[in-house]
Ligand binder design. Structure first.
Ligand code: AMP
Ligand code: MG
Length: 403
């Protein structure tokens, strides 16, 4: 077991415990947010045939001079979805709609705005451009890969998969994450609350973070501070999940049962990371399943998830940093407030990042305590202040910007 390690070292150890994810076939109407499990080849050329990028007239460029207006004989219409391809000869034009096939003999398009009707003729008063023709296969070639393995299926990728003719695609199965909150003081939001109790909140936030990272959360019943209850819950979760996340009970207190049970019966890979907030996380295995023991303070659990659990998802999906799914990205910001760092620890103060005139700027608001979850809603980023560093007004520092 390693103890009191840097965040970089902790991430390396977490990534080594990535999970293997099998593939499943999902209809493209339901793949938003999923990760592509195989490279995807196009079933068709795109465009499928030479077609017009404009509503206008298909013409022969050599018939149209810019110096004077040209009168061309209208020979028909080319319409998107029509199986007929008209033909034009010298001195002739064919009306054409966006996306319609280019008539045989035509090599340029005149925009409808640059024309005027004159009985059976059309008077051309603007340029005839070949650049208004979209050529067969210029975007996609049949049989060629256009989306690669590990691609995050966002709106554009879904449209592209459909353009390529795929009704369903193979994506990585969602990792199933068991979430267990611990603490005698916790009660469900909405239930009656006694003077010494608080509403349990971490499992809900963590479940949302899991979903954002492309996982499937299962929230188990809150476990009271009892080793037997925790053991039972962990054994159950380990049978059904790819990883387990607990909240609370990882510090030095007498009732810190996650740490105690892990010491007695689990496999601890590391305990404590040199970061603030979120110093006491524990990582290891329970019945051979990775287990993240997050601190109970609500801000700490969010921050540790963002810094430590996210890399486990990325490693399991085979996606790299700054690729989706992610909770945000590393940026450089100019501080508009002073921020105090932490001796010997990476300091993750909550900051609000906005765009300034010369790049991103950051301010701080609200109390920064790790029990104050409101500080996470009042801010949208974290400082990444190296151990011992403070940041003064005007300084440019590394930060994490939540998306
Ligand atoms: P612990 O890590 O168990 O010592 O808890 C640290 C602090 O976080 C205590 O004030 C707890 O009451 C609080 N806390 C622990 N778990 C949760 C939870 N699931 N939801 C909200 N607050 C919690
Ligand atoms: Mg506790």
């Amino acid at each position: 077991m390693e103890r009191g390690i840097s965040l970089e070292r902790a991430i390396t150890l977490v990534e080594m415990e990535k999970t293997e994810l099998s593939l499943e076939r999902v209809n493209i109407g339901k793949v938003f947010g999923r990760i592509l499990g195989n490279g995807l080849e196009s079933k068709v050329d795109d465009p499928r045939f030479d077609n017009s990028a404009m509503d206008g007239w298909a013409v022969r460029k050599e018939d149209c001079s810019l110096a004077e207006k040209t009168s061309l004989e209208i020979v028909g219409t080319s319409q998107a979805g029509s199986s007929i391809t008209p033909t034009i000869g010298p001195g002739q034009a064919c009306k054409i709609m966006t996306g319609a096939k280019i008539p045989v003999g035509a090599n340029a398009i005149v925009m409808i705005e640059d024309s005027e009707m004159d009985g059976k003729n059309v008077i051309i008063s603007g340029p005839a451009r070949d650049s208004y023709i979209r050529h067969k296969g210029e975007n996609l070639l049949k049989g060629k890969e256009a989306l690669s393995i590990g691609n995050f299926m966002n709106a554009a990728s879904i449209s592209l998969a459909a353009t390529m003719g795929h009704e369903s695609i193979e994506v990585f199965r969602k990792p199933v994450i068991g979430i267990i909150s611990t603490g005698d003081e916790l009660v469900k939001p909405g239930s009656e609350i006694k003077d010494w109790e608080i509403y349990e909140s971490n499992s809900f936030g963590i479940a949302a973070l899991v979903q954002k990272m492309g996982g499937e959360p299962i929230c188990y019943e809150v476990v009271t501070d009892s080793l037997d209850r925790l053991r039972e819950s962990l054994n159950h979760a380990a049978k059904n999940c790819d990883a387990i996340i607990t909240s609370g009970g990882v510090s030095m207190g007498d009732w810190d049962i996650v740490r105690k049970l892990m010491e007695l019966e689990g496999e601890i890979i590391f305990w404590r990371v040199d970061m603030r907030p979120g110093g006491p996380p524990i990582f290891g295995k329970w019945n051979n399943i990775p287990i993240f023991g997050l601190p109970g303070n609500p801000v700490s659990s969010h921050v540790v998830f963002s810094m430590l659990v996210c890399p486990w998802f990325s490693a399991s999906f085979g996606t790299s940093e700054n690729q989706n799914p992610s909770l945000g990205k590393k940026v450089r910001v100019k501080m508009l407030d002073n921020v105090k760092g932490a001796k010997g620890k990476l300091c993750l103060r909550r900051i609000r990042i906005t765009s300034g005139q010369n790049g991103l700027v950051a301010t701080t608001h609200t109390h920064q305590g790790s029990g104050n979850i409101k500080s996470m809603t009042a801010h949208n980023g974290l400082t990444l202040l190296p151990p011992g560093d403070n940041a003064s007004i005007g300084e440019i520092i590394d930060a994490f910007w939540f998306s």
